[in-house]
Design a protein around this ligand. Structure first.
Ligand code: ITT
Length: 185
């Protein structure tokens, strides 16, 4: 059993489905905490350490972001603030007339157990910024994020479909593989 600390219910639904694939039990707690400004790794390490100290048990947190190449990685570590302030339509405006639409989602899982240092696990997925929002199945930036191989945005994929190759799938899969192997030692 592992405890996932997040205030984002969409992340919980995706993570539950991913943990189920690997047969590991997941519990969810919403423990608000101040996020320091820094890289995804900094935020995930800080959050994991804070959560396991508060709860006195092992915990994971996740910090994620959308990195758009033509905008020098924006919104990146500011993704949460930019989603709430600018929103998807204004990102599309920033991208008007730009041909290079490459973007990637990154997810960093921070894990910490009491009296030990936090560890991080990075997952990425490559895509393109669509020319308009498409689909209403996902959340936040999902309708903007086109996966060329599939010809659909994350907003047009079910949770199960997105979970086959998303940034979150990749970071959680790395974490779960490490976590399970650690049990055998
Ligand atoms: P936490 O409580 O876990 O921190 P959060 O919603 O603040 O939840 P993040 O800081 O990790 O999450 O995410 C930064 C922003 O990117 C935020 O607006 C998210 O909604 C958005 N985001 C994260 N993962 C996403 C995904 O898979 N698809 C679309 N948008 C995503």
């Amino acid at each position: 059993m592992i405890t996932f600390i997040t205030g984002n219910k969409h992340k919980v639904i995706e993570a539950e489905n991913i943990f189920q694939i690997f047969g590991v039990k997941l519990e969810h707690i919403d423990l608000g905490y101040m996020e320091p400004q820094g890289t995804l790794e900094d935020v995930a390490k800080f959050g994991a350490k804070y959560a396991c100290q508060e709860l006195n048990k092992p915990a994971i947190v996740e910090d994620a972001g959308l990195f758009i190449k033509a905008l020098n990685g924006f919104p990146g570590t500011y993704s949460s603030y930019v989603q709430d302030s600018l929103g998807n339509q204004n990102i599309l405006k920033l991208m008007e007339g730009i041909d290079d639409r490459y973007a990637e989602f990154r997810s960093v899982i921070g894990y910490c157990a009491p009296n030990s240092e936090p560890k991080v696990f990075l997952g990425r997925v490559k895509g393109q910024i669509a020319h308009e929002e498409r689909g209403n199945l996902g959340f936040a930036y999902d309708p903007l994020f086109l996966v060329p191989e599939v010809g659909k945005t994350f907003g047009e994929l079910t949770t199960e479909e997105k979970n086959q190759f998303s940034h979150r799938r990749n970071s959680l899969e790395k974490f779960i593989n490490w976590y399970v192997s650690q049990d055998d030692e």
